[in-house]
Design a protein around this ligand. Structure first.
Ligand code: NAD
Length: 492
């Protein structure tokens, strides 16, 4: 690392601190962040309390009006600069992402690359003129405008799996549209999900008071939903916690955006190239150890070609090394904590006990869980019914296209589906019958774009989307302004 890079992310600046009007002590003391691969100390980070959250929200509210009044081009310049800073310092940041989140280097690289993409897309969007002119219906000569205004302060809560992207996509959208932000990263990944973002915006020249990072647990997240200075909460995480966040925001009449889980089907059509389908399924099911909301959670294959697909996937699984990506070359790193590995093992055992076949993997070693292939999976098995969030390729057979659609639509989730087949029109027609927010023909399920509205149906969210056109839809609200050249009298 050269001197310039070191000075950007020097942990002397942020160690043991929270970020609220600068790097300061959190009232909750400090927490140790440990590496999921071996439990080694990564860094110390300040712990915020609900009182810190309230103080941050108050300061954010005071700072927000001046930011909304700032020229869009100037807001955009800061977002673009933050993107540049992340990319310029990728060499220093990537090892932190690898250690803190258990990512293999390419996944850590994706975090930087996509986060920069979300920042740039938000910068571009910030400069769009969203004002509309309406025809005046009552013929009284008023000019009528629809103007989008920021909500005020947006609270962001993010998960552990892709902490940089999933925090930045909401923070960038909120700042681009003139909001201030109070952000609570997951306590297991506060460096990638918090400190990096604060440092990038700090160096990019974001005025003080507009971005607060308050690492902490459920108590801080819950306080965010209650705080009167926070107008909207953008939450990414599990449906269980999302339901609590939605309930608290509803009680407090706050806008809430929920980006939740997925049980994403990949349908292999009867005319598909099985080797290519297996490669897509492997990437979708095992990237980042399956800890992705868009992970391929159910592989549906015709009975006639199931054997070929199982063999191809099992061969791949057997060749994928599992280890500590900070120390060795591997394809799969650790799960976030050992309890998660035990939970995933329980899902595999449940399937086997109910008649599924385990071809490879299935047994964890601490937080390490190998690429696993299960076939003969049926409704009523946890592997079929639940989001696994671990590296398990779940294979179920179908008899005909209608049966494939029925099986895919059995899930309460509705985030992503993929269909792989040679006849693209037929694959697309089948795909359009699936109840999802993203549909990919001839691709696997883990695909995102800063220009596309991200989000799902059913239990995958509350009907909101994030990014693309959803940036303005979600992070602002309308004001209807009518202007008459002069006031005129009414009948009384
Ligand atoms: P989680 O719901 O346990 O935690 C998410 C965040 O919520 C964390 O910051 C946590 O500290 C916070 N939190 C916990 N209790 C809270 C409470 N009572 N009030 C407010 N905040 C609270 O999720 P996780 O296990 O970290 O992440 C995995 C889940 O996230 C999976 O279901 C996955 O599919 C989902 N996810 C969804 C997306 C998406 O964009 N749709 C992306 C990634 C992950």
């Amino acid at each position: 690392m050269d001197g310039a890079q070191f000075s950007f992310f020097d942990d002397g600046t942020w160690s043991g601190k929270i970020y609220t009007g600068g790097w300061v002590d959190g009232s909750g003391g400090a927490d140790e962040v440990t590496a999921p691969a071996d439990g080694a100390h990564v860094a110390s980070i300040g712990r915020a309390t609900p009182a810190d959250l309230c103080a941050a929200a108050k300061a954010a509210r005071a700072a927000q009006p001046a930011w909304e009044a700032t020229a869009p081009a100037d807001r955009a310049a800061i977002l673009n600069k933050a993107a540049e800073i992340l990319e310029a310092n990728a060499g220093e940041l990537i090892p932190w992402i690898i250690r803190e989140t258990g990512s293999i280097p390419p996944k850590a690289g994706i975090e930087i690359e996509h986060s920069a993409g979300f920042l740039r897309a938000a910068a571009e969007a910030a400069q769009e003129n969203q004002t509309q002119t309406l025809a005046s219906v009552d013929g009284r000569g008023a000019s009528e405008e629809l103007i989008r205004v920021a909500h005020g302060v947006v609270g962001v809560i993010s998960p552990f799996n892709f902490p940089l992207i999933l925090s930045i996509r909401a923070i960038a959208a909120a700042l681009a549209t003139g909001n201030a932000v109070v952000h609570k990263p997951d306590p297991r990944t506060p460096i990638t999900g918090g400190v990096m973002i604060a440092r990038a915006f700090e160096d990019a020249g974001l005025p003080s008071g507009l971005l607060h990072i308050v690492p902490g647990g459920a108590d801080v997240g819950a306080a965010m939903c209650e705080d009167p200075n926070i107008a909207m909460v953008s939450f990414t995480g599990s449906p269980e916690v999302g339901a609590k966040v939605g309930e608290a925001c509803g009680r407090n009449l706050k806008k809430v955006q929920l980006e939740l889980g997925g049980k994403n089907a990949l349908i292999v059509m009867d005319d598909a190239d099985i080797d290519v389908a297996a490669s897509n399924a492997a990437w979708g099911a095992w990237l980042h150890q399956g800890q992705i909301c868009m992970a391929t959670g159910l592989i549906l294959v015709p009975s006639a070609t199931a054997g070929q697909l199982i063999e191809a996937l099992s061969t791949k699984a057997g060749h994928l090394p599992v280890g500590d990506p900070a120390k060795e070359e591997c394809a799969l790193g650790p799960l976030i904590v050992e309890a998660e590995a035990k939970r995933v093992e329980g899902i595999v055992e449940d399937a086997v006990a109910k008649g599924a076949t385990l071809h490879v993997g299935g047994k964890p070693n601490g937080t390490l869980f190998p690429a696993t292939v299960l076939s003969g999976v049926k409704p009523g098995m946890r592997a079929f019914d639940e989001e696994i969030f671990g590296p398990v390729a779940v294979i179920a057979e179908y008899n005909n296209d209608d049966h494939a659609v029925e099986l895919a639509n059995m899930s309460d989730f509705g985030l992503v589906a993929s269909v792989i087949g040679t006849d693209v029109g037929r694959a697309r027609d089948l795909g359009m019958r699936l109840r999802v927010g993203h549909l990919h023909i001839n691709d696997q399920t883990v695909t995102a774009s800063p220009l596309a509205p991200f989000g799902g149906r059913g239990r995958s969210g509350n009907g909101c989307r994030i990014s693309g056109p959803a940036l303005w839809e979600e992070f602002t609200q309308w004001v209807w302004v009518t202007t008459k050249p002069a006031a005129t009298p009414y009948p009384f």
